[in-house]
Design a protein around this ligand. Structure first.
Ligand code: ZN
Length: 254
């Protein structure tokens, strides 16, 4: 009797949970920005617009207000919190993939997760990488909002338009978080799957696309084709390309 190999699954729920955790920080950052804008910056923009020839004091107040947002953001994105989000993400991803790979290995009576000397350093590196991606979200945010505020003042855009642009920037920052969550989930899952497949003696895999979305042409061309782990296609292993949601199905040579 031939036992059916369970499919390799893409951990959608893990990606969503990771995005939500990062998004909570962005929501806090956005709230802080807008409340500082409403309480301190808006009024100074009006004062400056009314009398920009005689005084620079409003600009100083605005500078101070932005510095205060920066200070508060250090607490929102504090390294313990960011690292614990990255660690939680990696733990969930590892658990999901380990269960999936154990179910596949069972067909051959092998548990690929029993001895994994590579795992500890792989986890540590991935947590560090993701911690840095999340931190970068904050680092990239401030030059943008500074430019929105100062360019807006320079061009006389008015407080309302400047505020709208800040809201828009927060939205773009959320998109960045979504990109990181999906990209990292696929990439790390692809690498873990490859390690565990090879651990269970699988040297070949079948490329399967997610099918449920706009799969890029270069990946749909690989769909259902069989590759060797020692000689993967030019785009790399399934999942490791930018935002790739493809998976590797193990090919047991019987
Ligand atoms: Zn893909």
């Amino acid at each position: 009797m031939v036992r059916r190999v369970p499919p390799t699954r893409y951990p959608d729920a893990v990606a969503v949970a990771y995005y939500r955790s990062i998004n909570q920080l962005i929501t806090e950052l956005g709230k802080t920005t807008l409340s500082m804008f409403d309480e301190h910056i808006r009024k100074q923009i009006k004062l400056y617009e009314a009398d920009s020839f005689r005084q620079d004091a409003p600009l100083d107040v605005i500078r101070t207000a932005i510095d205060m947002i920066k200070g508060l953001s250090l607490n929102i994105f504090n390294s313990n919190k960011v690292q614990s989000i990255a660690q939680g993400f990696m733990n969930s991803l590892n658990l999901f993939n380990a269960n999936n790979m154990q179910a596949q290995g069972k067909v051959k009576g092998i548990d690929p997760t029993q001895y994994e000397p590579w795992l500890e350093s792989f986890m540590r590196t991935s947590v560090a990488e993701n911690t840095s991606y999340i931190t970068t979200i904050r680092d990239e945010y401030f030059p943008r909002i500074e430019s929105i505020v100062y360019q807006g003042i320079k061009n006389g855009s008015g407080a309302k338009k400047i505020r709208d642009q800040l809201v828009e920037r927060v939205g773009m920052t959320r998109k960045r978080a979504m990109f990181i969550a999906v990209d990292q989930t696929g990439s790390i899952m692809g690498q873990m799957t490859a390690k565990r497949h090879q651990q269970m003696g699988v040297s070949k895999f079948k490329w399967v696309t997610s099918q449920d979305e706009r799969v890029r042409k270069t990946h749909s061309e690989l769909s259902d084709k069989i590759f060797s782990y020692s000689d993967p296609p030019a785009v790399g292993l399934p999942g490791t390309d930018y935002r790739c949601r493809c998976v590797a199905i193990p090919v047991f040579d019987d």
